[in-house]
Design a protein around this ligand. Structure first.
Ligand code: GCW
Length: 712
């Protein structure tokens, strides 16, 4: 009987080790399998000490102990007072004990509040910073090195985040649906808060801290005023308390009409005294629950949301009113520039710029304007937003979308770091060459104290957090790039793969290639040559280039591709909508001339004839056929590469990704067939016979309906 029990236990243990459902993200702390390396690590670790006593220090202790146990198999005793025998010393630098020939005062000065120092020579390692949270960041960096099998014996790392606010925006509704969420429901279990603290909150905070994310907005920008009521503030406080030790500040979205909805004021006019007083009191109340509350994120006068323009006030007047309310508590207001109006016949591309540039210099010091990476809406590819560089007196915050609303949602494998990098590295020429978007948002170009980057989260209740097992990499990439936008996509993919999957060199090499190519592949089968917003409407799942019957012109895909008998594309040059004039002359020059315009933006800026000769020598129509087919073929390549990894990956995730790649291939074909058949009705040219021909009719594709597509 005893033997049987033991056997059962053994079987169970094996099962547990192998079950990889993705919940642990990149924090798996699996045993280091390379014996030489393991030996080196053990020699370096021998006697760890963690100094200090804050709640963050407790987090550091717990994380260190569990990581070292996992990585080495040894149960280390982490001591809390320093002795001469300690080999791994972790703690805030205020203890002069930390200072040594290894760490100098001058070095500590460079770190600010969040930067860390990680130094090691044989037999001695020091991880320190000026705050406990900085030390936590240093610890996670150190653990990352071991998780990805890097040497740890000689280190000299000083790492300071490039951006101050490194944020996630959750578009989570209070009924737990998630706008544009593809990973289940909202992880915020409002109903059971504040009494019930889900372990997920803690693991979420750990994951964020491990990549340097230090702020979250809990609620959807399409806001519900109820979040500002006491019953909910209790719940928000409970979350803030969980997140605090991990260095994460909580923000809320503020519904501009809240004074009317919650207090029956007659107006929400930002210049009205009662309205101002209401928000001041509300801010005081929030800070009484959450003393380090970050502030408000606001979507106003956009897509039906209330805002200051309802009272003929400007965005600046609206933002400043809220900014005044949080200023005494050191809070900030993040005001979104994602605005466009149906009544405005001007090219949607131009509207945010038209609205916001005249307001430059009119925002209070504690306001940031949050700008999406491109002027339309998180497309698979967009040129950078013309607001970057055009508002030198205002700190602009970058908004990326991590959730894949327009990039295959939860069925397509797309690594977004290359998209993020493309935008961050783009040169605005605002102050001459090398005025990159990154330098605009980090405040260095125009000397701003506030700066930051946010990502619309892709997190939900799915066991693996993000729906697609590979989508976790996009959460990871957002955090890593917000910390250091100079990291390469290659480096980020490599770190993530090693920690999340395996350190096997061949596996990392091939899978990294899939990741690095995945975004371009998607552009090819979805939105090649600068096409954009031709997704089905509403849920945005799948192609819908034919849609033309929606109330607002700019909600219709035909508005964006403008296909006709002559050609296709949106003329935004000086002979068209003139949106191109919102860019600095050097940038304009690159795109203005159809003969020299980078072809990846061709149909974004030009209406090109079907017979326009592309750099490849093909006509535009043939190039379109080529791109769509290359996209499909490349998904087949992704499948072949992934199949080679079967022995390298745990069974569950291997199978999940394999199944999803099958779905992705079907969807890529669907995109190709539907778009080519539809555009063919204008080009009147055949799809060259060397390509796979669509096996269904255009009417079939037009008839598809997905009333319950997620995220809507
Ligand atoms: O991309 C669009 C989405 C909306 C979203 C909006 C925004 C939160 O389709 O769902 O609303 O952008 O960013 O405000």
């Amino acid at each position: 009987m005893k033997k049987l029990n033991l056997l059962l236990l053994f079987v169970l243990a094996c099962f547990c080790v192998q079950a990889e459902n993705g919940y642990d993200l990149w924090l798996r702390y699996l045993p280091v399998s390379n014996p030489v390396l393991l030996q080196q690590y053990k020699q370096q670790l021998v006697s760890p000490v963690v100094l200090g006593s804050s709640s963050t220090v407790s987090v550091i202790r717990t994380e260190l102990a569990s990581a070292l146990k996992g990585l080495t198999g040894n149960a280390y005793t982490v001591s809390s007072s320093l002795t001469s025998t300690n080999t791994l010393i972790i703690g805030k630098a205020d203890a002069s004990k930390i200072l040594s020939p290894l760490v100098t005062k001058e070095e500590l000065k460079q770190l600010g509040e969040e930067g860390f120092i990680l130094k090691a020579k044989p037999g001695k390692t020091i991880i320190t910073g000026n705050t406990d949270v900085a030390v936590l960041y240093g610890l996670f960096h150190y653990l990352r090195l071991m998780q990805s099998n890097q040497p740890i014996t000689n280190l000299n790392i000083i790492s300071v985040p490039k951006l101050k606010l490194r944020m996630l925006n959750h578009w989570d509704n209070m009924n737990r649906t998630v706008e544009r969420g593809y990973a289940g429901f909202s992880i915020w279990d409002w109903h059971r808060l504040p009494g019930f603290i889900d372990q997920r909150y803690i693991d979420y905070a750990r994951a964020n801290a491990s990549i340097g994310i230090n702020a979250v907005t809990l609620t959807n920008v399409n806001a519900n005023a109820l979040i500002l009521t006491p019953a909910y503030l209790e719940k928000v406080k409970a979350l803030a308390d969980v997140f605090r030790p991990y260095g994460i500040k909580v923000f809320l979205t503020a519904r501009f009409s809240a004074p009317i909805e919650l207090a029956r004021l007659k107006t929400a006019d930002p210049l009205n005294e009662d309205v101002k007083a209401w928000w001041n009191n509300k801010a005081n109340e929030i800070y009484s629950y959450i003393p380090d509350f970050g502030g408000f994120l606001v979507k106003a006068n956009s897509e039906g949301q209330p805002g200051p323009q309802d009272y003929k006030r400007t965005h600046a007047e609206g933002a400043n009113m809220l900014a005044n309310a949080v200023a005494p508590h050191k809070g900030i207001v993040i005001w979104r520039a994602f605005v466009y109006a149906a009544e405005n016949p001007v090219d949607r591309h131009k509207q945010a710029y038209d609205d916001f540039v005249p307001l430059d210099g009119k925002f209070n010091d504690n306001v940031m304007v949050q700008v999406k990476n491109g002027a339309i809406d998180f497309m698979p590819r967009e040129p950078f937003h013309p607001l970057f560089g055009a508002m030198p007196k205002t700190p602009l915050m970058m908004e990326f979308q991590v959730t894949q609303e327009y990039l295959g949602q939860a069925t397509n494998w797309v690594f977004l770091a290359p998209l993020f990098k493309e935008v961050l590295d783009a040169d605005t020429y605002a102050k001459g060459k090398n005025s990159t978007v990154a330098k605009v948002i980090d405040g260095s170009l125009d000397n701003h104290a506030l700066n930051g980057m946010t990502g619309v989260a892709n997190i939900g209740t799915d066991i693996n957090w993000c729906g697609h097992p590979m989508a976790q990499a996009n959460w990871y990439a957002l955090g890593r790039l917000a910390w250091n936008y100079n990291l390469s996509s290659d480096a980020i993919a490599e770190e993530w793969l090693r920690m999340t999957y395996s350190n096997d060199a061949a596996f990392v090499q091939s899978t990294k290639q899939i990741m690095l190519r995945s975004r371009e592949i998607m552009v090819d089968y979805m939105n090649p040559i600068g096409l954009h917003h031709i997704m089905a409407t509403g849920h945005h799942y799948g192609p819908g280039p034919w849609v033309s019957n929606l109330n607002r012109p700019e909600w219709n895909p035909v508005y964006y591709h403008k296909a006709d008998s002559i050609g296709i594309g949106f003329n935004r040059t000086s002979t068209g909508s003139k949106a191109i004039e919102q860019y600095f002359p050097e940038v304009r020059k690159q795109w203005e001339n159809i003969a020299t315009c980078d072809e990846k933006y061709l149909l974004w800026f030009h209406h090109a004839s079907w017979n326009h000769t592309m750099k490849s020598g093909r006509s535009l129509w043939n190039e379109l056929c080529y791109k769509y087919n290359t996209g499909v073929d490349s998904v087949k390549w992704m499948q072949r590469e992934w199949q080679k990894q079967q022995t390298k990956v745990d069974a569950q995730r291997f199978k999940e990704v394999s199944m999803l790649l099958n779905v992705q291939l079907e969807e890529a074909k669907w995109w190709r067939n539907a778009c080519l058949l539809y555009f063919q009705t204008f080009s009147k040219q055949p799809i060259p016979s060397n390509y796979e021909q669509p096996d269904k009719t255009l009417d079939y594709y037009k008839s598809l309906r997905f009333p319950f597509a997620p995220g809507n």
